[in-house]
Design a protein around this ligand. Structure first.
Ligand SMILES: Cc1cc2nc3c(=O)[nH]c(=O)nc-3n(C[C@H](O)[C@H](O)[C@H](O)COP(=O)(O)OP(=O)(O)OC[C@H]3O[C@@H](n4cnc5c(N)ncnc54)[C@H](O)[C@@H]3O)c2cc1C
Ligand SMILES: NC(=O)c1ccc[n+]([C@@H]2O[C@H](COP(=O)([O-])OP(=O)(O)OC[C@H]3O[C@@H](n4cnc5c(N)ncnc54)[C@H](OP(=O)(O)O)[C@@H]3O)[C@@H](O)[C@H]2O)c1
Length: 395
């Protein structure tokens, strides 16, 4: 008798070999500044080669990137604390031994000292003036002022302002937070670029406590990571954010600044597959002349009809601010019609202010043009969210 063994169900997709715990050492093959030096922004386009990794991605996903601290900042911190850098340390929660220099470069954040650390420095300083200063900070009854003092300082400031405190290398790293991977919205579509992932990154630079500061990962990628060398550990982070399943569904996309990234992916996807759905992009940044990210591509999409509408808001080209939500309000009647015809509404970019203000404008437009009370407009928005027709990727 023929024996038939039951067929094992095949897993639908094999588990990816590379993930957050086992990132793929990828190559940056292209690094191109998108903003001109005439403006204040430094926004950069990257192409990351993922060929041979087995990694796949969908429109709306993000790329996780592991980065390293600037070696100049590491050396300054070692020097200010009186370390050579060759001290041996054991990474907390692992048995891994490494040098202090390597730990400070690869594993820890050199900004954001916690109040607990300031207490430790206070207990350790031998100089009476330093102790007095720290006591005043720690005992400050004004919590806002105390937080501002802390927020203005990185570990280098503490080391230089309170040099009489001394620590063992091990003790020092145990007061630092671990450096975590940063996420970036993917700006390319797999339908056009299955073997590469493109990113749109604003380089973070600012000043606090009279010192120039820089974001770890955005400056690592823009200045320190080598080109064409498989040295940038990455993984794909799947998102609950993506284009509608039905290609004929209209999309309204609000993405000022780097918020444009996933919408470039959505548009590439729709262009590659010549879909029929209408597409409306609200984009904005400081100045039209210097900060019109992907201007050529967007203009071409408009000419080809891939983009049905492009509404731009240049916040600093006039005396008063014009933001994407102002453009939404101006076109409120049309926006309402798009929503009524089933459009999905997407927002990407700054979470703190922009996404909140865009949300308020959306409520207002629905109330005005849908002739609804604010409560009914809020219900309408709630239903959009339930139907996954209002999606946000904000940070
Ligand atoms: C899902 C998701 C998608 C994202 N997509 C993108 C994207 O497409 N493009 C993109 O550029 N970013 C994106 N980000 C943000 C990105 O992950 C990083 O947060 C960003 O690049 C900063 O990282 P960094 O390591 O360079 O800076 P960090 O070293 O992390 O420094 C940033 C920190 O510096 C401080 N800081 C920044 N500016 C100032 C200031 N003016 N004054 C005082 N303090 C300040 C703040 O504490 C801030 O948290 C995304 C984030 C998420 C969660
Ligand atoms: N630390 C912060 O406070 C802060 C604030 C914003 C962004 N970020 C971060 O900076 C990084 C890069 O930002 P980005 O390049 O994407 O651009 P962005 O700084 O968000 O700016 C893009 C455009 O949005 C405008 N904008 C500012 N406030 C707005 C609001 N309330 N509503 C609508 N538009 C508004 C900006 O105008 P103006 O600049 O002329 O006002 C600019 O024209 C991101 O990681 C973001 O999270 C941090």
């Amino acid at each position: 008798m023929l024996e038939v063994s039951p067929i094992e169900p095949m897993p639908e997709t094999p588990a990816p070999a590379y993930d957050k715990n086992n990132p793929f050492p990828a190559c940056i093959t292209e690094r191109r500044r998108l903003t001109s030096t005439k403006g204040q922004k430094e926004t950069v386009h990257f192409t990351i080669n993922i060929a041979g990794s087995g990694l796949t991605y969908n429109c709306g996903d993000s790329l996780g990137v592991f980065s390293k601290n600037n070696p100049v900042a590491v050396e300054a911190l070692l020097k200010a604390n009186g370390f050579s850098g060759e001290e041996e340390v054991v990474l907390p929660r692992t048995e891994t031994k490494t040098t202090l220099r390597k730990a400070l470069t690869d594993q820890f954040v050199l900004s954001g000292p916690a109040k607990k650390f300031i207490q430790l420095v206070h207990d350790r300083v031998t100089n009476p003036t330093e102790k007095e200063t720290l006591a005043a900070v720690l005992n400050n009854p004004d919590a806002v002022a105390q937080k501002a003092w802390l927020d203005n300082r990185e570990f280098i400031d503490i080391a230089e302002e309170f040099p009489s405190a001394r620590f063992s290398a091990q003790e020092y790293i145990e007061n630092l937070r671990r450096l975590t991977p940063r996420l970036y919205s993917i700006a390319s579509a797999p339908a056009q670029h299955p073997q590469e992932i493109q990113l749109t990154i604003a380089v973070v630079r600012y000043e606090t406590n009279g010192r120039k500061r820089e974001g770890v990962c955005s400056t690592f990628l823009s200045s320190r990571a080598p080109l064409n060398k498989a040295e940038v550990p990455v993984f794909v982070a799947a998102a609950h954010f993506g284009p509608p399943e039905d290609d004929s569904t209209p999309m309204i996309m609000v993405g000022p600044g780097t918020g444009i990234a996933p919408f470039r992916s959505f548009l590439q996807d729709r262009a590659a597959r010549a879909t029929k759905g209408k597409n409306w992009l609200f984009f904005g940044d400081q100045h039209r002349e210097s900060d019109f990210l992907y201007e050529d591509e967007l203009t071409e999409y408009l000419q080809q009809g891939v983009l049905t509408e492009l509404s731009t808001a240049w916040s600093r080209d006039q005396e008063y601010k014009i933001y994407v939500q102002d453009r939404m309000r101006e076109r409120g009647a049309d926006l309402w019609q798009w929503l009524q015809s089933g459009a999905y509404f997407y927002v990407c970019g700054d979470a703190k202010r922009m996404a909140k203000d865009v949300d308020a404008a959306l409520h207002e437009i629905i109330a005005t043009h849908g002739k609804m009370t604010p409560e009914a407009a809020a219900e309408y928005v709630k239903q959009l969210k339930k139907d996954k027709r209002y999606q946000r990727d904000v940070y």
